[in-house]
Ligand binder design. Structure first.
Ligand code: S3P
Length: 171
């Protein structure tokens, strides 16, 4: 594919946004975060969209937002962790660019989540470890299916992860 886009997928709190930004800077590409884009379009936070309109509405907006990237070039796109639930989204993601799965264990996800300032409506409980395990078990096959490349993020620094991504996507 000649569009040069890189799409990051993976569970919540695996670092897609932070890593995407660094990757874009390093490769001199534009950076777009899909959750932030949806927040701009809707004028409220993702957390408030879930509270006010429900998850199904958010999924519709997420689905619509993907179409905005059909003609994109030279972008690093960070997606929301649930984008891969829809088979149609998975097809579209692969058309948009090289899809990289940031793989992580439930424990590492929990550690990242506790350091993160973003509110995740699906993990909004005191100890969400069981919920992380349950959701990851449901979604793992979709991340694996959609991604052309996979990078394990556990225990790695941001720059290590960025370097790992660059070395696997460049033949
Ligand atoms: C979600 C992930 C979130 C956000 C929403 C739902 C999910 O994005 O899109 O809270 O279903 O996994 P991050 O992966 O950036 O946390």
């Amino acid at each position: 594919m000649g569009n040069n886009n890189i799409v990051l997928v993976g569970f919540m709190a695996t670092g897609k946004t932070t890593i995407g930004k660094m990757l874009a800077e390093t490769l001199d590409l534009d950076f777009i975060d899909m959750d932030q884009l949806i927040e701009e379009i809707e004028g409220i936070t993702v957390n408030n969209i879930f509270t006010l309109n429900g998850e199904a509405y958010f999924r519709e907006k997420e689905h619509e937002a993907l179409d905005l990237f059909r003609k994109s070039e030279n972008k690093v796109i960070s997606t929301g962790g649930g984008i891969i639930i829809s088979a149609d989204n998975r097809r579209k993601l692969r058309d948009i660019g090289k899809v990289v799965y940031l793989e992580s264990s439930p424990q590492w996800i929990l550690t990242n989540l506790n350091r993160s300032e973003t509110i995740r409506p699906l993990l909004n409980e005191t100890n969400p470890i069981d919920k992380i395990i349950e959701l990851l078990d449901k979604r793992r096959k979709y991340y694996e299916e959609v991604a052309e490349f996979k990078v394990v993020v556990d225990g790695k620094s941001l720059s290590e992860i960025v370097n790992n991504i660059i070395s696997i996507i460049r033949p």
